[in-house]
Design a protein around this ligand. Structure first.
Ligand code: PAP
Length: 320
């Protein structure tokens, strides 16, 4: 590790008294095996203590930058298509950012915006989270809540995350090589990514009726097939008539990267969805491509991350 990196990558054990946090590194704290910013830890703790799941809740779960915006848009459009046809001129996605159509559990930070806001949502609720399975409140599993998990090639996740964090504010700016070292050590928001992926992969292999496990690259390659799978899982399967009328393609088109990126609410302005950190609405739409990592990572970086991920996932049946 270069000398210039050593300070911000410094690892230390936290003083007694902050017993929920085990370790601090580069501004990240390790909370119950998951790397978070400290204000995010507070929010997660509130969710763990107070969130009341309902048996008919469905959770859209993603590691950051795996296609959350896309999944929110698709799940919202599929489940609301009888009220709002995907082709309608007043579809909510034409005036609201996809991020705002499905609420996150732990964002905005629950110490700033009460969790009770989620109580006001009518059932069945669609809720999103970046939390790994180990941090989810036990009621989610105990009540048999369903999960749609979307993952993505970790190399593309890293590149997407790096661009995003460098856009949202100077405080988060980290040179790519330094961020890569941290990411490869598992230190990134909600990391390690392989633990996140594995946790939900194991849940999927144990209870496949309750978990739909999706990969970004597969969805990009065959969106129609995957949107049909999503609709079926969300108890809103497309009828034969809808299929023959091209309704699935309409949903795919409305939620496509190019279409969403072109809508003014997504291409302009700023919104604070976290608490004290306004972000450009356009920052959720960068390239929307599979394999963009090749434009940013050296061969050495690519091999290093491939080797780590392969080793961590070995024997699980999950591959990228
Ligand atoms: P989040 O985890 O912070 O909520 P998330 O939506 O997962 O954000 O990440 C944004 C990524 O999804 C971006 O990837 P990129 O940096 O590699 O380009 C973004 O472009 C991509 N994305 C956003 N909307 C879509 C979409 N409709 N289809 C495909 N990819 C999309």
């Amino acid at each position: 590790m270069a000398a210039a990196q050593s300070e911000s990558n410094h690892t230390s054990i936290v003083e007694e008294g902050e017993s929920h946090v085990a370790e601090v590194r580069g501004g990240w704290v390790l909370y119950q095996g998951c790397w978070l910013r400290s204000h995010n830890v507070q929010s997660v703790m509130l969710v763990q203590e107070r969130f009341k799941a309902r048996p008919d809740d469905t959770f859209l779960v993603t590691f950051p930058k795996c296609g959350t915006t896309w999944l929110k848009a698709l799940a919202f459009t599929v489940t609301n298509r009888f009220r709002h046809a995907a082709t309608s001129e007043d579809h909510p996605l034409l005036t609201q950012h996809p991020q705002d159509l499905v609420s996150f559990l732990e964002m905005p930070y629950r110490q700033l915006h009460p969790l009770a806001d989620l109580e006001k949502l009518a059932s069945p609720r669609l809720l999103a989270t970046h939390m790994p399975i180990t941090l989810l409140p036990p009621c989610v599993s105990n009540l048999g809540c369903r999960v749609v998990y979307l993952c993505r090639n970790p190399k593309d996740v890293f590149v997407s995350l790096w661009h995003f964090t460098n856009k949202v504010g100077a405080d988060y700016t980290t040179p790519m090589d330094q961020a890569f070292e941290l990411f490869s050590d598992g230190v990134s928001p909600y990391g390690p990514i392989w633990e996140h992926n594995l946790g939900f992969w194991k849940k999927y292999t144990a209870e496949s009726d309750n978990v739909l496990f999706l990969k970004y690259d597969d969805m990009m390659a065959e969106p129609v097939k995957h949107v049909k799978m999503l609709a079926k899982f969300l108890c809103a399967p497309f009828t034969e008539q809808e299929v023959s009328y091209g309704v699935v393609e309409d949903v795919v088109h409305l939620c496509s990267f190019d279409k969403l990126k072109s809508i003014p609410i997504n291409s302009s302005g700023e919104t604070d969805r976290i608490g004290g950190l306004p972000m450009a609405n356009s920052s959720y739409f960068r390239t929307g491509k599979v394999g963009d990592w090749a434009n940013h990572l050296t061969e050495e970086m690519s091999k290093k991350l491939d080797d780590i991920v392969e080793e961590k996932l070995r024997g699980s049946g999950l591959t990228f």
